[in-house]
Design a binder for this molecule. Structure first.
Ligand code: ADP
Ligand code: MG
Length: 624
């Protein structure tokens, strides 16, 4: 067998010498690779330890996105001097003793590897004090605490120290002896958004605790103890989300569900605002995600995600948490039951609460009407009713109307030549060739038009999206997009993570010509918006853009990121499927189709046009 060493040089098995057992420090460093991925993992492990210690107040203080310092202070049970020393040994835990205990884990930690892992990859200082006097330290220092320092696995002596009841752990210069891993740390802003995410997860599942998060001495959050979940959500996300949440609870068999679930209009472009907790532990689970998606089917578009905070309680006998070192994955013994119970509870609530049906009906027509401002709720529902009435009228069984709409102007394949005489101003700016074209819009979705040797069917949304994308791409590569100052700035609430994404990607906003300014606590306002995107609602667009940028951690390539943003912009600004177009709009689209260099596919890869030749038709009709 052949191996490669770190310099990439091939070494033979014979050169490798005899097997030796790795020392504890090496074992910890390797284990740390699994548990400690980045500063946010340290924050998670330390906060979980504080919760397990019975703390009611936890303060997390960060410097330079955790690259320089992470400190977590709690008022929990503390540790005696001898325990403080043991706590940093591998497999040191006070939470389980026997294999039997593994089957009924009620604490967040139990593997006894976090502190040892953290101490093996950073400079750690821990100080702790219990309510009982220390048994190891001298009488004079009774009542005071003890402290210890560990530098990448090298432990110093336990010393007496002055500290309040509880524990304080400070982690400096993470990975400083592991340049290969330190290199993978991202900017302070990116690391801070991961830390904030961990903090939010813990804050949501521990509403009774007083929690603070500080970055470079600036307080990002102070959540007071015994807050209701809804007001905590308002502080962490926005009042708009908090106010729209429906409350769902169900208790059946061995499982209790409590959820706050946002109304479908507040759906998002990603699943970041889906928080699922099992017995207080944040988890990700594909069965549960699927159940949520199914429950909301027909209430929101297929590519959007509902906002939901879901808390599940079940007996420890019904699942296994010891599947993954970070414990975000669990194994349910009866995942079908979990799926069906969540689906049923959510579905029942959605059905019993009158919800706006948005998906699939031609609601988009009214949404992008000539009004520049989003319609109020009442106007909106009136438009839906109207659109639905029209929809059913058109699609009524046995209707004498065909299932597609002809152009009102021609009532047949309309020659625009004719129309031109009646409404010259409408088509005056279109090219001669486009104006002569014959076309028809079918199902308010597709345009069929004659070509020299046959006809093409155009997907109106896909084609327009492609055109918009090409245009946006051309303009952004030449400079920034032309934008317009909004008459009245449109304000919106922004979460800490979105704010960090905004700070992180200011150049994208600049390039798009979107100007946003602070507008009060946790509120920003859109001041300018690109003219090219004027059909999209500014606030909705910015919100989706921020969500997309929050994902950018996984997508560091700035060119690709800008491309994703342009894709999204094109999709939002394009004519929708289900929108009835005027002749003029159709002609404009056909003109685009002729002139633009189009790849025949929309930016998502779907075809924009499908061609049929007369020869093909003749063959089909057996004319040849
Ligand atoms: P685990 O949490 O899986 O037991 P850790 O390595 O995280 O393992 O912690 C080891 C032990 O140190 C814990 O079991 C607990 O007894 C003690 N400990 C860690 N943090 C604290 C804290 N903040 N307060 C009190 N005890 C703590
Ligand atoms: Mg722990």
């Amino acid at each position: 067998m052949k191996y490669w060493n770190s310099a990439g040089k091939r070494i033979q098995c014979e050169d490798m010498g005899k097997i030796s057992i790795l020392d504890n420090n090496m074992v910890n460093m390797i284990a740390a690779g699994e548990v400690i991925e980045r500063p946010a993992s340290v924050v998670k492990e330390l906060m979980e330890n504080s919760i397990d210690s019975g703390a009611t107040k936890i303060t997390v203080s960060i410097e330079d996105g955790g690259r320089k310092l992470i400190s977590v202070t709690d008022n929990g049970c503390g540790m005696q001097a001898d325990d403080l020393e043991k706590a940093f040994e591998p497999h040191a835990t006070s939470k389980i003793r026997t294999s039997q205990d593994l089957r009924s884990i009620a604490t967040l930690g139990f593997r006894g590897e976090a502190l040892a892992s953290i101490a093996s990859i950073a400079q750690v200082k821990a100080a702790s004090r219990t309510k009982e006097p220390s048994i190891l330290l001298s009488q004079e220092s009774c009542g005071a605490g003890s402290s210890i320092e560990i530098d990448c696995g090298i432990k110093g002596p336990v010393m007496p120290c002055n500290i309040d009841y509880g524990t304080s752990i400070t982690v400096r210069d993470i990975f400083y002896k592991l340049p290969a891993r330190r290199k993978f740390l991202r900017t302070a802003n990116t690391e801070m958004s991961h830390i904030t995410e961990q903090f939010i997860r813990i804050a949501l599942s521990n509403t009774s605790l007083d929690l603070s998060l500080l970055h470079n001495s600036k307080q990002l959050y102070h959540l007071s103890a015994d807050q209701s979940l809804r007001s905590r959500i308002a502080e962490l996300f926005s009042n708009e989300i908090a106010e729209s949440l429906l409350e769902i609870s169900s208790s059946e068999k061995s499982m209790q569900i409590y959820a706050l679930s946002a109304s479908p209009e507040l759906s998002r472009t990603n699943s970041h605002l889906q928080y699922i907790f099992l017995n207080g532990r944040f988890i990700r689970d594909k069965f549960i995600s699927h159940a949520i998606r199914e429950a909301y089917r027909s209430y929101i578009e297929w590519d959007r995600y509902p906002v939901i905070f879901l808390f599940i309680k079940m007996s420890c006998d019904d699942f296994d948490v010891n599947v993954h070192p970070t414990k975000t994955e669990v194994r349910f013994y009866n995942s079908n039951l979990v799926h069906s119970q969540i689906l049923a509870a959510l579905r029942e609530k959605l059905l019993s609460t009158a919800q706006t049906v948005r998906a699939k009906l031609p609601v988009e027509i009214s949404e992008i009407s000539t009004e520049s401002k989003p319609a109020s709720k009442i106007e909106y529902s009136e438009k839906i009713n109207q659109a639905m009435a029209e929809f059913f009228q058109k699609h009524r069984h046995g209707s004498s109307q065909p299932h597609f709409s002809f152009r009102p102007a021609g009532n047949s394949l309309a020659s625009v030549q004719h129309q031109r005489q009646t409404a010259p101003s409408q088509t005056a700016d279109l090219s001669e060739s486009a104006a002569k074209q014959k076309f028809i819009q079918i199902h308010d979705c597709f345009i069929v038009t004659e070509t020299e040797d046959g006809f093409v069917i155009i997907d109106q949304h896909a084609l327009h999206e492609r055109v918009m994308y090409n245009d946006l791409k051309k303009r952004t590569s030449a400079g920034k997009l032309e934008s317009q100052k909004l008459l009245i700035p449109e304000s919106f609430q922004i979460t800490e993570i979105q704010k960090q994404a905004f700070d992180n990607h200011q150049e994208i906003f600049e390039q798009l010509g979107i100007e946003i300014e602070p507008f009060g606590p946790k509120t920003m306002a859109v001041q300018s918006f690109p003219t090219l995107l004027s059909k999209a609602c500014a606030v909705d667009f910015v919100r989706d853009l921020l969500d997309l940028l929050c994902d950018a951690g996984k997508n560091p390539d700035t060119e690709r990121l800008l491309d994703d943003v342009l894709n999204m912009a094109a999709c939002k600004a394009a004519i929708k499927a289900g929108q009835q177009l005027s002749d003029n709009e159709i002609l404009q689209l056909l003109e685009y189709a002729d002139s633009a260099e189009l790849s025949g596919r929309c930016p998502h890869g779907r075809p924009t046009t499908i061609k049929f030749s007369v020869t093909e038709l003749q063959k089909q009709f057996k004319r040849t």
